[in-house]
Design a protein around this ligand. Structure first.
Ligand code: DGI
Length: 152
């Protein structure tokens, strides 16, 4: 499996407001994944409509977009073997009440509309989301000195 697989992970406005940014990102770092892009931004309605295109028209959509615009988001890109699937596991189930303890949402969330973080759900979504949130020059390519201690 490729060690250059990438995923898009975002700390939503509730995670930023609650001071959870470093705790969320450190779970990915400690697991051994490599951070290749990071920025803090206020997302526009246009960006969020593109990001959540599959949910446009659903009853919860307007409230979700206004929540996502209620404060800054920390957008990140992580690289490593199986990072898309493992990222979703680290985040936990979409609804925090169904998330296992030990996952981010299971440890830090209660309500579905305040689930703290976002993670791409497939390699294809990851590519789409990374291109949506980041310009190519905002992503870095670097060799981690730890990689030989993480990968056999
Ligand atoms: O990829 P996920 O964030 O795990 O889940 P998703 O793509 O199905 O939904 C995107 C976000 O939309 C999710 O993190 C929270 C919100 N959402 C999804 N379904 C509902 C919802 N919010 C409300 N209020 N009600 C829903 O049924």
């Amino acid at each position: 499996m490729s060690q250059t697989e990438r995923t898009f992970i975002a700390v939503k406005p509730d995670g930023v407001q609650r001071g959870l940014v470093s705790q969320i990102l450190s779970r990915f770092e400690k697991r051994g994944y490599k951070l290749v892009g990071i920025k803090m931004l206020n997302a526009s309605e246009e960006l969020l409509t593109q990001h959540y295109a599959e949910h446009v028209g659903k009853p919860f959509f307007p409230k979700m977009v206004s929540f996502m615009m209620s404060g800054p988001i920390v957008a990140t890109v992580w690289e490593g073997k199986d990072v898309v699937k493992q990222g979703r596991t680290i985040l936990g189930a979409t609804n925090p009440l169904s998330s296992a303890p030990g996952t981010i949402r299971g440890d830090f969330g209660i309500d579905l509309g305040r689930n703290v973080c976002h993670g791409s759900d497939s390699v294809e979504s990851a590519e789409r989301e990374i291109n949506l949130w980041f310009k190519s020059e905002e992503l870095t390519s670097w060799e981690s000195n730890q990689s030989k201690w993480i990968y056999e």
